[in-house]
Every structure is written in structure tokens, then in C-alpha cells.
Design a protein around this ligand. Structure first.
Ligand SMILES: Nc1nc2c(c(=O)[nH]1)N[C@H]1C(S)=C(S)[C@@H](COP(=O)(O)O)O[C@H]1N2
Ligand SMILES: [Mo]
Length: 532
């Protein structure tokens, strides 16, 4: 093995490899924290941990010395410790493998412990430090492997050079330049990626978590009118969807690459266009108008027959017709173009928003809490009976009274109809395709919705049998889905189960298959169930 200055040079590059791996650790942890466990940023968790364990006199010393910058000083100190430890890991990985990996592993374990012992630690809190450490190990192994190839090529070249001068013959020389370049390309690419990902993820987390904190602290007024939930509104069948979809399970569909974060204090809603007077409302103005509860089932036009892009919530809000009335829509208008803070637009028939008998609302609450950020915080629209893309604008900031002739919404030039009432439908939740059931009495159960009209009946057909009426849950109202259930005497083999709804207008669910574009799917769901 070569000695002297060239070895020192490789030690320095090994230290750099370690630092790059450390950066990868932190960056990946930030990214995973952003995606899976908001509060589990390892560097911040370790920082808080340090704050918690340092003795009080030391804290006072730090505050006295650094003043308001004590947190900055702490983070700078931590950063320095990370740089030193990862440089050491890099050097050890070159000269005493796998000691470098051991150091990274210990760092990962410490970060995980700090993260999981934080108050309010999330169940997935271990993911950011663990994944960060694993990928950092991988990067370190690859970097040191390339570094070693470069070093070996360099020593081999000088050895051959000596040989050649002695024997006077030509030998194909190894090319240290190539190995050197390969090392620097990998080190360069990973460090740039780490910086971009790390800073990007942290920035997004900080930008969004402050509004998340505002949201969490927000106390919405109690509803004036509440929705009565009748007895028997929910059937007791394992595997059926709950009557109200928990916010965390509620489907999410939007074009927003990052969730818009709006401080309700700076939010306003403008009502303009073909109106007698332009109106601008603050969040406070809305709350002061008085809020009521509304149970409404939302459906996405992209929901395939039997699909999951449908959910039911107890919304807290107020009628859109009340805010429209303040502006005074003019003769000739037939549409309201709602705009989101991110530029998304939806076209809703004016009549659907002004109809006294229809609960088209501006919602601020969802299932007992302020709207989650991804569901439109602080204010969104919900209109019973219309697909979400033509009615349910999240993060709404403007209602422009206009005409279908003059204005077009986001999805209209993209292959979807300008107007799109929901096609009423039903789905089987249990039993499921791919999950065999035992022969005997098996409940077949699922959901059915016909917003604004109501579900009259759901029928089930086994194989080529007769359509049989299922038992319905007691409906909350006609805007809300119902549960249905039929006890089936299942015999061994495979069976097709089909379901279809009949609405209160006496219409039967459309059997003819239609794709989701341009205005919603239709057809009958017919899962094939295995009975053992
Ligand atoms: N700002 C904005 N609002 C939007 C959308 C969007 O892309 N951007 N998508 C709409 C569609 S297609 C549907 S189905 C509903 C979904 O609402 P959810 O994500 O709260 O379930 O939001 C609607 N509101
Ligand atoms: Mo949708």
C-alpha cells in the first residue's frame, strides 16, 4: 500500500465521502418526515433532545451568551458535530471498514431514539432517521468503493511506471483519471441532490407547518343547526365503509403539486363578475354569518364503478346562496366560476348555488374539525349532486358570476363536461375480490348514493339469480350515502355478486358501462368471490 502525501489526500476525500453521506442522511430524513411523519425531523428531534437534557445552568449560560440566537447556536453546534462525525465515518470506512457504517448506524439509532421519545411522536416517526441512515450507508459504501478503485489505480500506475523503466516493455496502464472522475461524479451528484432535497423538504415543511399550527389552534363556532343522525343510520357489518369517512381516510383529488397553505387571517373571498356589487368577505365575516352542519357525500368524476373516490363528511358551513345574495347576481348569468388560490377553477350552474332546496355550501369544517389543509383549508365549496370537479373547489378565493358561454373551467378544455351531475351508483365493500370467505351465512354489504334524490332500494344478484332487495341503513338525508346489506347463504366455489341502486325517482342505476370521461362512469360492479 502506498504511503506519504497521496494517502493523506485519499483520507481527505474519504472524509468528504463521509460528509456527503451525512448530508444524504439528513436530506432523506427531511423528505421522509415531510411525506410520512411531519414532526420527525431527526436534526430537530436531536436538537430538542439536547435542549431537554442539558442542565439548567448550561441553558442559562447559552441564553446569556447567544441571546435570541440560542437555537441557531445549538443547531450550528449540532451541524458541526454532524460534519465531524460523518467525516470520521468516511475515513474509518476507507481504512477500517465497516467501522464507518457502524458510526452511521449509531447516529441513526440515536436519532431514532431522540425522535421517538419526543412528546407527540408519530407512529411512523422512526421512518425518517432509519431510512436516512440506511441510504446514507449505501451512499458511503458506493463512494468509498469508487475512492478505493481510484486509489488502487493510482498506486498501480506508479508501480508499473517503475516496472516499465526497469524492463523497458510496454504495459497497458490502469487509468486513475477515469476512476477519479467516477468518484467525483458520484460525490457531486449525491451532494447536490442532498442539498436540493434537504433544503426543499425543510422549506416546504416550515411553510406548511406554520399554517398547520394555526389550523390546529383554530376554534370554529358551534353549529346553529345540527344534523340529526337517526337510529339505524349505521349497519353493523364488518368490512363495510363507515357512514362518515374519517378525514384521514377521505379520498383526495386535486391538481395541487404542494398543498396550498393559507392563513385564514389573510384569506378573503371575492364575489364579482355579473353582480350588482362586488363583495369581499374575510374568514371572520363568514363565521359571523352563522354556521350550520350539513351531511353531504362527495363524489369524484374519476371514480370507477366500485371505486373509492367517494366519501361522506359532516361539513360545517353556510349556504353559498347567502353570499351570492349579498353581491346580487344579474340577469343573464347562468354559471359561477369558482377559483382556488392555486388557480384551479370549476364551473357550477348558478341555479345549483341559488336553489333554496339545495344545500350548496361554503365549508370551513369537516367532521368536527377545521378543514384539513389537503381538503381545502380554510374554505371550500361542497355542492350536493355535482361531481367535485364542477363544484367542490378547495382553497376557494373567488366566485365569479358569469355564463357558460363566456367562461371555461380547468377541466372543460381537458375532455370533461362543463356540467356534470353525479350518476347515482352503488358498490360492494364486502366480501372482497381476492379475499376468500367460508361457506355459510356471509353478509354482502356496501354503499349506495344518489345525492339530492335519495336511495330508494339496493338490489343484489348472485350469479344468474334474481335481483334481491337488500336491507338499507336509515338514511341521514338524501345528500348522504346509505349502507346496504344482504345475508347470503354462500356455497363453495366462485360466485359473481352484482349490486345496483334504485333512486327515489324510481330510476335504476345505469347498467351500460361508461368510462369516467367526459362526465362520470356508469355500469354495474360484479366482483367474483371465492367461497371455500
Ligand atoms: N383547488 C382545487 N379544488 C378542487 C380540485 C382541484 O384540483 N383543485 N379538485 C376537485 C375534484 S376533481 C374533486 S373530486 C374534489 C375532491 O375533494 P377532496 O380532495 O377533498 O376529496 O375536489 C375538487 N376541488
Ligand atoms: Mo374529481
Amino acid at each position: 500500500m502506498a504511503t506519504g502525501p497521496s494517502t493523506k489526500r485519499f483520507l481527505a476525500w474519504a472524509a468528504l465521502s463521509g460528509i456527503v453521506s451525512g448530508a444524504v442522511f439528513l436530506a432523506l430524513a427531511e423528505l421522509v418526515a415531510l411525506l410520512a411523519a411531519r414532526s420527525a425531523s431527526p436534526i430537530l428531534a436531536v436538537g430538542s433532545f439536547v435542549i431537554d437534557i442539558v442542565p439548567q445552568p448550561f441553558k442559562e449560560f447559552a441564553i446569556a451568551t447567544f441571546g435570541e440566537n440560542d437555537k441557531v447556536a445549538l443547531l450550528a453546534g449540532l451541524g458541526l458535530a454532524v460534519v465531524i462525525a460523518s467525516a470520521l465515518a468516511g475515513i474509518l470506512q476507507l481504512v477500517r471498514p465497516p467501522l464507518g457504517l457502524v458510526i452511521l448506524g449509531i447516529a441513526g439509532a440515536l436519532a431514532t431514539a431522540a425522535t421517538l421519545t419526543r412528546t407527540g411522536a408519530e407512529p411512523l416517526g422512526f421512518l425518517p432517521p432509519v431510512l436516512g441512515a440506511v441510504v446514507a450507508c449505501l451512499v458511503l459504501v458506493l463512494l468509498v468503493r469508487r475512492l478505493r478503485a481510484w486509489r488502487d489505480a493510482t498506486t498501480a500506475t506508479s508501480a508499473r511506471r517503475t516496472q516499465r523503466t526497469q524492463a523497458g516493455e510496454h504495459v497497458d496502464a490502469p487509468r486513475p483519471g477515469v476512476d477519479r472522475r467516477r468518484f467525483f461524479v458520484l460525490a457531486g451528484v449525491t451532494s447536490v441532490a442532498a442539498v436540493v432535497v434537504g433544503i426543499g423538504a425543510r422549506t416546504v415543511t416550515m411553510a406548511t407547518s406554520s399554517v398547520e399550527a394555526i389550523r390546529r389552534a383554530l376554534r370554529l363556532p358551534a353549529p346553529g343547526a345540527t344534523v340529526a343522525i337517526p337510529d339505524g343510520a349505521e349497519l353493523d357489518v364488518p368490512g363495510i365503509s363507515p357512514l362518515f369517512t374519517p378525514n384521514d381516510d377521505f379520498y383526495r383529488v386535486d391538481t395541487a403539486l404542494t398543498v396550498p397553505t393559507i392563513d385564514p387571517d389573510s384569506w378573503t373571498l371575492v364575489i364579482d363578475g355579473m353582480v350588482d356589487q362586488r363583495v369581499e368577505l374575510t374568514f371572520r365575516d363568514l363565521l359571523d354569518m352563522g354556521l350550520d352542519e350539513y351531511a353531504i357525500t362527495l363524489t369524484c368524476v374519476s371514480n370507477e364503478v366500485g371505486g373509492g373516490l367517494v366519501g361522506n363528511a359532516m361539513w360545517l358551513g353556510l349556504p353559498i346562496r347567502d353570499v351570492l345574495a349579498m353581491a346580487g347576481p344579474q340577469q343573464g348569468a347562468d354559471m359561477v366560476l369558482s377559483t382556488s388560490v392555486d388557480g384551479y377553477t370549476a364551473s357550477t350552474p348558478l341555479a345549483s348555488l341559488t336553489d333554496e332546496g339545495l344545500d350548496a355550501i361554503l365549508a370551513v369544517g369537516m367532521n368536527g374539525e377545521p378543514l384539513p389543509l389537503e381538503h381545502g383549508f380554510p374554505v371550500r365549496m361542497v355542492v350536493p349532486g355535482l361531481y367535485g370537479y364542477v363544484s367542490a373547489t378547495k382553497w376557494v378565493t373567488e366566485l365569479k358570476v358569469t355564463t357558460f358561454a363566456d367562461d371555461e373551467a380547468y377541466w372543460t378544455p381537458r375532455g370533461y363536461s362543463a356540467e356534470a351531475p353525479i350518476k347515482f351508483s352503488s358498490r360492494v365493500d364486502t366480501p372482497r375480490v381476492g379475499t376468500p370467505v367460508s361457506a355459510g351465512t356471509v353478509p354482502i354489504a356496501g354503499m349506495a348514493w344518489a345525492q339530492t334524490v335519495g336511495i330508494e332500494r339496493v338490489e343484489v344478484k348472485i350469479d344468474d339469480g334474481e335481483w334481491q332487495a337488500a336491507t338499507l341503513s336509515n338514511p341521514v338525508n338524501d345528500d348522504t350515502w346509505v349502507q346496504w346489506m344482504l345475508e347470503w347463504d354462500a356455497t363453495p366455489g366462485t360466485h359473481y355478486i352484482a349490486c345496483r341502486a334504485v333512486n327515489k325517482a324510481g330510476e335504476t342505476q345505469i347498467e351500460e358501462r361508461a368510462p369516467i370521461a367526459p362526465n362520470g362512469s356508469s355500469g354495474i360492479q360484479r366482483p367474483l368471490i371465492t367461497v371455500t
